[in-house]
Design a protein around this ligand. Structure first.
Ligand SMILES: C[S@@+](CC[C@H](N)C(=O)[O-])C[C@H]1O[C@@H](n2cnc3c(N)ncnc32)[C@H](O)[C@@H]1O
Length: 398
């Protein structure tokens, strides 16, 4: 197979518009066996598009299993040649990543950015708590702080002491092993509950499984656990392999069964059925959404016959609807009556208050009336006496 230098020259020839030079290299390089020459020639001859040619070279190298790094370089070249940047241009995290040419190391697969954006966007600018496991030199913590904003509380975990020394001192970095469940629980107790947990640690099976089993139940309601680099479940070097017992992906597949736990006879798992709302499985990334769930139910609306009910069932259905509507009407009438009677009570209360206010003035008026009557009576009496006196005088004169 090629040396790294030759592959570099070949990809550069494609990128700068000299495909013939690339072809010539494949035809004449004495680093290749005839077999390899034939396989690498095929994608160069099959297309004139350098992005397609580079991707084809990557496929040949990947399928030959000779060098993952070489395959990666071909795919990188294909991405940049084929407008990959254009497609990701609106993704803020990719924007940050691709313009991050200085500062702390940041190591990501390019296809992770749209996944981050899809799941993290609702949390931007909010006062959330984020835990990242595996921070290397702190480059990703810097990116999360930039993305989530100043209100975020960021905590990083790493097994390597140098990680803490290298990270920005504004981040809390704790040293520990992600397979140590007690350590993880302590972190969650002291610094959580976390809205988002990102596992970008050692990527070994037990590391991912212990972390998920320990931290998912402690994630805040409505939060998420995102596990990266789950492709290690298929890598020999990580004790992975398709359908191999004990891998993280086999564990994750069981969680998909748990999401459907309400439809199975087994007892409900309070965490993996009762609190796991969804499992999103992408290439190399699995996202677990946390939300308390109860047994779901089905509902049907629309015309019953249209839905395929037998006539008798349709009749019962209509009757039930009519009974429900009648009950609702009665309830509304009672509410109105209650409201009216409340209004009447209020009127009576106001009248009583008015009456209470009027009572002293009535008493005052009554007493004035009584006094006036007494005065009138006494005036009448005096008048009567006066008349009697005047009458006897007149009679004596006559
Ligand atoms: C892929 S790097 C993290 C990269 C970083 N998140 C970024 O995006 O730049 C993985 C990190 O996980 C740490 N790690 C490995 N095994 C671990 C374990 N058992 N517990 C905690 N961290 C571990 C390593 O020390 C390393 O710094």
């Amino acid at each position: 197979m090629f040396s790294a230098d030759t592959l570099g020259t070949l990809l550069l020839s494609l990128a700068t518009g000299f495909p013939d030079r690339a072809k010539n290299l494949v035809q004449t390089s004495d680093e290749l066996t005839d077999d390899e020459r034939g396989q690498l020639w095929a994608p160069l001859a099959a297309s004139d598009d350098p992005a397609v040619q580079a991707r084809g070279l990557g496929d040949v190298i990947r399928q030959g299993g000779s060098n993952d790094f070489f395959a990666n370089e071909c795919y990188r070249a294909s991405f940049y040649l084929g407008g990959g940047v254009e497609q990701l241009r609106s993704d803020p995290l990719f924007g940050y990543f691709s313009s991050h040419r200085a500062g702390r190391v940041l190591d990501k697969w390019a296809h992770y950015f749209p996944i981050y954006s899809r799941h993290f966007a609702p949390y931007r600018g909010r006062p959330i708590r984020v835990l990242e496991i595996g921070i290397y030199r702190g480059g990703s913590l810097d990116m999360w702080r930039w993305y989530f904003g100043d209100q975020v509380t960021l905590v990083g975990i790493d097994i390597d002491d140098d990680a803490r020394a290298a990270a920005d001192p504004r981040h809390t970095v704790l040293i520990g092993d992600q397979t140590d469940a007690d350590f993880l629980r302590r972190v969650a107790e002291e610094h959580g509950p976390f809205d988002i947990v990102i596992d970008d640690g050692g990527h070994e099976m037990q590391q991912q499984i212990v972390t998920a089993e320990t931290l998912f139940p402690l994630v805040r309601e409505g939060g998420i656990l995102l596990v990266e680099d789950t492709h290690t479940s298929y890598w020999d070097s990580y004790q992975g392999g398709r359908d191999r017992e004990g891998t993280f992906m086999e564990w994750a597949k069981k969680r998909m069964d748990d999401v459907n736990g309400f439809h199975q006879p087994a007892p409900i798992d309070p965490v993996w059925t009762g609190q796991l709302d969804a499992v999103h499985c992408y290439d190399s990334v699995v996202v677990f959404d946390k939300k308390t769930r109860f047994a779901p139910f089905a509902e049907q609306v629309g015309h019953a016959e249209f839905l395929g009910y037998p006539r008798s069932a349709a009749g019962m259905f209509s009757e039930l609807l009519a009974t429900r509507d009648a009950a609702r009407n009665e309830r509304d009438q009672l509410r109105t009556q209650l409201q009216n009677s409340d209004e009447r009570d209020e009127e009576i209360r106001l009248l009583r208050a008015e009456l209470a206010e009027l009572r002293p003035s009535k008493e005052h008026t009554d007493s004035r009336l009584r006094q006036a009557r007494a005065e009138l009576d006494s005036t009448r009496e005096s008048l009567r006496r006066l008349r009697r006196g005047t009458g006897s005088r007149w009679r004596g004169q006559g």
